[in-house]
Design a protein around this ligand. Structure first.
Ligand SMILES: Cc1cc2nc3c(=O)[nH]c(=O)nc-3n(C[C@H](O)[C@H](O)[C@H](O)COP(=O)(O)OP(=O)(O)OC[C@H]3O[C@@H](n4cnc5c(N)ncnc54)[C@H](O)[C@@H]3O)c2cc1C
Length: 235
């Protein structure tokens, strides 16, 4: 996909969790991307411009808008973004990245934590909308129920398609929680994904989590060419 640079304005802001929001923009004619790619987003802070890489959380099948979803950290970029509001100016440059479907695998296992879910939401939504035969098991870790980004979205997608199974795991669950608990480990993978050795793995999250999962998969003897990683390393 050829990268394109364009100025735009915020169309809609959607709250996803107490510290995570999605920002939607009209999708300009000619802007194409693959599910899982990211864009460079520039916003204005006084006379300065701030730029961050952000995964596209919408799917190419969603024709009317493009969306990214940002964890609001209380730092400068987050604060300026949060203050933008509808109509706020932004410049988008992209798409970039190769954290995308490759066609040769019809069984995937996705492992993610927190806001690292954004490119995986794009890929899952794309597979659902295109009624693809790709079978996906997603294990998604979060601190508590209130941190689950796109929870309803995944529930809906899972209800509509037998090819998607979502396993949620929480570090600090409430008493009513019936899902998995604790961080993603080898036992959790073996139990929930018995055919894990035949699946392509997609991992996305902050550097610490990505590193921990990569070494975990090494201990399962998964070949590195069976693992795709998107690292939200600081920028
Ligand atoms: C390919 C890719 C895709 C990504 N996709 C996403 C995504 O979909 N969603 C998402 O939320 N993130 C994503 N990220 C991460 C994102 O680009 C940001 O790096 C991250 O969210 C931090 O943003 P921030 O608002 O805290 O940035 P900043 O305001 O720049 O803060 C970043 C860090 O700089 C330091 N800092 C900032 N201001 C100060 C200050 N005044 N004094 C001291 N220290 C300071 C802090 O240590 C802070 O943690 C992605 C990263 C990559 C590489």
């Amino acid at each position: 996909m050829l990268a394109m640079r364009f100025e735009t304005a915020v169309q809609e802001v959607i709250s996803r969790a107490y510290d995570v929001k999605s920002f939607r923009f009209p999708r300009p004619e000619g802007f194409t991307y693959e599910a899982g790619q990211f864009i460079m987003v520039t916003i204005r802070s006084g006379d300065n411009k701030l730029t961050k890489p952000l995964s596209i959380s919408s799917s190419p099948t969603e024709k009317d808008h493009i969306e990214f979803t940002k964890k609001l950290t209380g730092h400068e970029f987050s604060n300026v973004l949060e203050a933008l509001g509808i109509g706020g100016w932004a410049e988008i440059n992209g798409p970039y990245g190769t954290f995308t479907l490759e066609g040769e695998s019809d069984r995937l296992c996705m492992l993610s934590g927190g806001v690292g879910i954004t490119p995986l939401r794009s890929i899952c939504k794309y597979c659902m909308d295109t009624k693809s035969d790709v079978n996906i098991v997603l294990i998604f870790g979060n601190r508590s129920e209130t941190n689950i980004v796109f929870g309803e979205d995944f529930e809906q997608m899972q209800g509509q398609n037998r090819n998607l199974r979502v396993i949620l795991t929480l570090d600090e669950p409430s008493e009513d929680w019936r899902g998995e608990t604790g961080i993603i480990d080898t036992d959790m993978i073996k139990m929930n994904v018995p055919d894990y050795f035949d699946r392509k793995f997609y991992i996305c999250g902050p550097p610490g989590m990505v590193q921990a999962i990569a070494s975990l998969l090494k201990s399962l003897n998964l070949p590195t060419n069976q693992i795709k990683i998107e690292n939200f390393a600081g920028y």
